[in-house]
Design a protein around this ligand. Structure first.
Ligand code: GLP
Length: 247
């Protein structure tokens, strides 16, 4: 079962999520965080930076593993997820960059690079807390709707819907990479706690199916119903199709 925390709006969602992440860091200063990109977590990252600057948080012993990266983009490309993480969080807190990990979008041997990423996450003991956004189509990381759930880190062909959704961050849709490396669903499920954040009506169907639909790879996030410790923090719009179930 997924615990649902209702937030008023994006800011409230972001603050609640940041509170949960900061509690994790305070309780276990050397925790492993699984981190996510996209528009959704930006507010939570800003809040964490603010608390760090106030002296309330210490990232010096934290390590992190990100979910995914576009294939073909290097870390200094502003559209890459490594660049996103540096500019939205890592550059502003005292995390040791050597302890931050993002799949290598430029790997020459993609398969070996994915296997090495899985081995590193496993050796770290898997995330204590995995932060997740959710795609409009129910994807987590870049695990797109499919006929099976993925296991480890792998190369993904992005769906048209994801390419279109993410094109807002590129100059044109032609520039959106068609492939990405993503941590697999099985690896995500190994996290000790999962924190999903969602806002806006575009996410309403995916949020409904994640929480209350059948557990099926057609909505990858639905597998989180089987995780023992998953919390969803979502705003009213994202929860708008769950009114009956939450009544
Ligand atoms: C992207 C990312 C996901 C993210 C999702 C939602 O494609 N790979 O990790 O959760 O889509 O993105 P956003 O938060 O911008 O809506």
């Amino acid at each position: 079962m997924i615990s649902i925390v209702r937030a008023r709006d994006y800011n409230d969602m972001s603050r609640k999520a940041a509170n949960i992440i900061s509690a994790q860091i305070i309780l276990k200063p050397n925790c492993v965080l699984g981190l996510a990109t996209g528009s959704t977590p930006i507010g939570a990252y800003q809040q964490l930076v603010e608390w760090y600057k106030k002296g309330d948080l210490d990232f010096s012993q934290v390590s992190s593993y990100n979910l995914d990266e576009y294939r073909g983009l290097s870390g200094d490309n502003p559209q890459s997820y490594r660049y996103f993480m540096n500019t939205n969080l890592f550059d502003h807190v005292n995390i040791d960059k050597a302890n931050t990990h993002v799949p290598d979008g430029m790997a020459e041997d993609g398969e070996a690079s994915c296997a090495a990423y899985d081995a590193a996450v496993a050796a770290a003991g898997y995330p204590d807390l995995q932060l997740l956004g959710i795609g409009n189509n129910g994807h987590i990381g870049f695990n797109e709707p499919d006929d099976h759930f993925s296991k480890g880190t792998h190369l993904v062909d992005l769906t048209e819907s994801t390419i279109e959704a993410n094109s807002r961050l590129f100059d044109s849709i032609d520039e959106v990479p068609r492939q990405a490396y993503s941590m697999g669903v099985q690896t995500i499920m190994f996290a000790k706690m999962i924190l999903v954040i969602a806002n806006g009506e575009k996410k309403a169907q995916a949020v409904h199916d994640m929480c209350f639909g059948p557990v099926a790879p057609s909505c990858p996030a639905s597998i989180l119903q089987l995780h023992p410790n998953t919390v969803l923090v979502a705003d009213e719009e994202a929860l708008s199709l769950c009114a009956d179930e939450l009544a």
